[in-house]
Unconditional design. Structure first.
Length: 306
């Protein structure tokens, strides 16, 4: 089992601080946001690539297609349990060397799991939350880039609001949790840039607060997990919805059926996805998170509505 002790002792997410060219105070990694609400960027591994990755802060560990792992001949480190909607499974973890994002963000090594579902995915891999927290970073949806500031120099917090957060090491990855307030009810939720909806509330929370039949005109649906499992869901509009202490226009909310076991697999009340995250530019500091409304904040558009 690949434990936190193994991670810290042998192969952390980044084995060296991001390095820049001489004279550079920050490192910029370009991103794109797809119609499927995915944050994507490219990278190379051991001078091979480019490979296209989804920035998925809800992932247990950064991951790569097994076929690419075989092609690159990456060294296996150990195995770890990965989980999500509908259950969990074991995955092999590998040592990826000489990883370069953009033109100047360079790390000596990363832990990457081989996940079979990526063979049928549009992306070659996933970048977990540690990608955003290894160095202090600014995620900017207006400029479509992530600026990394080793040592925290050059970060401008003007106009940003602090979001109280809780961070945990989980397996080979880090989790970031934020409080969400739904019609006066507080839920502790995982920050998950790999999830499309604005806010998903888990079965236990929905059952406890009797939310399933509370809202008018629900849209019936199903949520599919990493292992292909499906759970019944409803999309509704809350009267008020706040992430941290900032409102999310339209109150878009996804409820998981209260009749099932809690299938989120993340140890909290729910998930904050791109339907909410995409309305804010974010700054990740060592032990804190800051948010600032961006050009999508006032819109209830198809890209960021659900």
């Amino acid at each position: 089992m690949f434990t936190r002790r193994h991670l810290l002792a042998s192969l952390p997410l980044f084995t060296a601080a991001p390095s820049a060219r001489a004279g550079e105070a920050s490192l910029t990694v370009p991103i794109v946001v797809t119609r499927q609400r995915r944050i994507m960027t490219s990278l190379s591994i051991s001078d091979q690539g480019p490979f296209y990755f989804i920035v998925d802060s809800g992932a247990f560990v950064s991951a790569l297609r097994p076929s690419i792992i075989r092609k690159l001949g990456l060294r296996r480190v150990d195995s770890m349990r990965v989980g999500g909607l509908g259950g969990s499974d074991y995955a092999q973890v590998y040592d990826a060397r000489k990883v370069v994002f953009g033109e100047s963000f360079r790390v000596d090594a990363m832990a990457m799991a081989g996940l079979e579902f990526l063979e049928k995915a549009d992306a070659d891999g996933l970048l977990a939350a540690g990608f955003l927290t290894a160095a202090e970073a600014a995620l900017d949806f207006d400029k479509l880039r992530i600026d990394f500031h080793p040592g925290g120099k050059g970060l401008n917090l003007d106009g940003y609001t602090a979001w109280p957060t809780r961070r945990e090491l989980d397996g080979a990855g880090e989790k970031i949790f934020i409080d969400v307030t739904v019609d006066g009810l507080r839920a502790n939720c995982l920050l998950d840039t790999g999830a499309q909806p604005a806010v998903i509330l888990g079965s236990d929370f929905v059952k406890k607060h009797k939310l399933w039949d509370r809202y008018a005109d629900p849209q019936e649906g199903k949520r599919r997990g990493v292992h292909g499992d499906e759970v019944r869901s409803r999309f509704v509009h809350a009267n008020t919805l706040e992430v941290g202490n900032l409102p999310v226009k339209g109150g878009p909310l996804t409820l998981l059926t209260p009749t099932a076991n809690d299938h989120l697999g993340v140890g909290c009340d729910g998930i904050i996805g791109m339907g909410a995250i995409g309305r804010f530019n974010l700054i990740f500091k060592k032990d804190s998170l800051y948010a600032k409304p961006n050009r999508y904040f006032e819109e209830v558009a198809p890209l960021f509505s659900a």
